[in-house]
Ligand binder design. Structure first.
Ligand code: ZN
Ligand code: ZN
Length: 120
């Protein structure tokens, strides 16, 4: 069972490893080979330096199939995840949330559900 602390630790260690050049961020997604800013994804949070490099699309796809982790993600976690993908998305979500008079986290949940529907 992965705890939230373990997840956070794994992410922090991976980030440190990247900044120290221990882990090298490639320019392409491992899955679809697209040249883009790739995310460091953990298949296993107990192995912080074992990461897979995904573009945002493939990253979503992976989590759609495999789940976010054994820990249930709160809307806040999902919101943070969306934030980490792209700050442009953030301002877009904010605008839509305001227009629809929803809270930010509600809006993210809503959009996530929509996104997963479309991906089917
Ligand atoms: Zn990809
Ligand atoms: Zn991931």
């Amino acid at each position: 069972m992965v705890t939230r602390i373990q997840k956070r630790l794994a992410r922090r260690l991976a980030t440190q490893a990247i900044s120290k050049g221990i882990l090298v961020r490639p320019n392409n997604c491992t899955e679809c080979k697209k040249a883009t800013k790739v995310h460091a994804h953990h298949n296993n949070y107990t192995k912080p330096l074992e990461v897979t490099w995904f573009c945002s699309k493939c990253h979503w796809k992976w989590h759609k199939i495999n789940g976010f982790s054994s820990v249930r993600n709160t809307p806040k976690d999902i919101y943070r995840y969306v934030l980490s993908i792209n700050s442009i998305i953030h301002s877009k979500i904010k605008a839509v949330a305001m227009r629809e008079k929803r809270s930010l986290t509600k809006q993210v949940q809503f959009m996530l559900a929509e996104f997963l529907e479309k991906g089917k």
